[in-house]
Design a protein around this ligand. Structure first.
Ligand SMILES: Cc1cc2nc3c(=O)[nH]c(=O)nc-3n(C[C@H](O)[C@H](O)[C@H](O)COP(=O)(O)O)c2cc1C
Ligand code: SF4
Length: 468
């Protein structure tokens, strides 16, 4: 079955289902998927009931056994993260990262708009399992429909006794607090998000010592989880870890949502099987993107959000599996794939991404604040046809001041060098600085001739001529 209810949703691109297992998007095809009525009619809050019937430690163990990988970018297993909070320190909090703003990423927004109760149920299960007494749900400033839907669902859930004191007659009580961001990309970084929640400017904190599980919101142990990560929990609580790990691979079980944009015939969000689906399946498969627009050639694609080093057709057979993508020189990141066909102006595409990161730098550290701006200015000059070949070397030099050493990239394999997987070395507090360099590095490494065709050769004046 293939359906496309996305056409009726003005704020969301098409969502397409196939016969694949659906863990987090099973309700997307209903027009009223965001209501409590629909949620309860489709197994809603059964996971919470199942969890509350067991000791919290057993539910935590189940999540650990399922290896639910974090879907916010780093892919850290949720069950393990919950175990990192120090013993005996109370209160401790859950912070839900709904700030989604990595270029190309729009899966969490769909989860919040179309199935807000699933997220709320996931938060409740996480709080119960990890002993968290209050949940703060942070939603990106621009996501008006998501804010509206989550707020309405939360009111319904409170009224029905799913949230608040003595949930479903148990001894478990938890409140969920909603918070709207103001639309800064860097606030998606967990410590910046915590700063923002506390009412400060959203700037990342230093790690160590500010690992949120140890010192987080208001100085208390805090678990920060992504929307999609938490949305997996109701299904997992209903069906168990064995059913979850039966989908996907041992290292990447379950499914994951992937948002595809750019030059494909059918862009949209797909729930794919983790670890098994390849980029070729996704871009060319009949149930997914159905090929490149106008049957053009594929030139390059960004495999994991704007921060990720680019892939070309040589990496089409890499599967959605973190270590595989890392070994090939990039990362799966936020689950956003951006596709560029043969007509793409590569230097301009790199500039578009670099400009975003340079603009979003919070300014806390110099290599990002200054380096990002330099990259953008030099690249603009090159794109406008006003650059020289010295500019191309300078782009790489500035990049080195942000991330010294070898930078990961796909063409390493071709050169016989083993790729440098993430995380790479960086001179910055967070990944925004390296993200400004990633598109420049990929574009220059993979398509240098396109830059060379844009610049003029330096006209060096011989030293002797100067001294005369
Ligand atoms: C610059 C930057 C932006 C980020 N943006 C997001 C985001 O929008 N959403 C998100 O869940 N994680 C984002 N992250 C990752 C978070 O810091 C954090 O790792 C994640 O929310 C943890 O959730 P998970 O373990 O469930 O993946 C970002 C990280 C960085 C460095
Ligand atoms: S890398 Fe950039 S965004 Fe991150 S803390 Fe430093 S200046 Fe701020």
């Amino acid at each position: 079955m293939t359906s496309n209810p996305g056409g009726t949703w003005p704020h969301a691109p098409g969502y397409y289902t196939g016969d694949r297992p659906k863990i987090v998007t099973s309700r997307f095809e209903y027009e009223d998927s965001y209501t409590l009525q629909r949620y309860e009619a489709t197994d809603g809050y059964k996971g919470l009931r199942a969890a509350l019937s067991k000791p919290a430690a057993d539910v935590h163990e189940e999540v650990k056994n399922a290896t639910v990988l974090g879907r916010g970018g780093a892919g850290f297993p949720a069950g393990n993260k919950w175990g990192l909070t120090p013993q005996g320190v109370w209160p401790r909090y859950l912070v839900v990262n709904g700030d989604e703003s990595e270029p190309g990423t729009y899966k969490d927004r769909l989860l919040m708009e179309r199935d807000p109760h699933q997220l709320i149920e996931g938060c409740l299960i996480a709080c119960y399992a990890a002993g968290l007494s209050r949940c703060f749900l942070y939603i990106r400033g621009e996501m008006a429909l998501a804010q509206e839907r989550v707020a309405a669902a939360l009111n319904e859930a409170y009224a029905a006794g799913y949230v608040g004191k003595n949930i479903l007659g148990s001894k478990f009580s938890v409140d969920i607090v909603l918070h709207w961001g103001a639309g800064a990309y860097v606030v998606g970084e967990e410590t910046a998000l915590i700063e923002s929640l506390e009412g400060n400017r959203g700037m990342p904190r230093l790690k160590p010592p500010y690992f949120p599980a140890a010192i987080g919101l208001y100085g208390q142990p805090t678990i920060v989880n992504n929307v999609e990560t938490l949305a997996n929990l109701p299904w997992l609580a209903r069906n168990g870890a064995a059913a979850y790990t039966a989908i996907g691979t041992a290292t990447s079980p379950g499914t994951r949502m992937v948002a595809v944009s750019g030059h494909v015939k059918r862009p949209g969000v797909y729930e794919i099987i983790n670890g098994l689906t390849t980029f070729r399946d996704l871009l060319y498969g009949e149930e997914f993107c159905q090929g490149i627009r106008n049957d053009n050639e594929l030139k390059a694609f960004v495999p994991g959000g704007g921060s990720a080093p680019w892939f070309t057709e040589d990496q089409l057979d890499v599967a959605f599996e973190g270590p595989q993508a890392g070994a090939a020189g990039s990362m799966l990141g936020s689950g956003a794939v951006m596709v560029m066909d043969s007509t793409t102006d590569i230097p301009r595409a790199a500039l578009t991404l670099t400009r975003f990161y340079a603009h979003e730098s919070c300014g806390k550290c110099t290599p990002c604040r200054e380096g990002g701006t330099w990259l953008e200015r030099i690249l603009s000059r090159v794109v406008d046809g006003k650059g020289t070949d010295a500019d191309l070397d300078q782009l790489l030099e500035v990049g080195q001041s942000i991330c010294p050493g070898e930078f990961p990239h796909a063409s390493n394999a071709k050169l016989g060098i083993s790729a440098v997987p993430f995380p790479y070395r960086m001179n910055t507090i967070c990944f925004v600085g390296p993200s400004a360099y990633a598109p420049v590095h990929s574009a220059l490494t993979l398509f240098r001739s396109e830059f060379e065709a844009r610049v003029t050769k330096r006209n060096l004046i011989p030293v002797t001529a100067v001294s005369q």
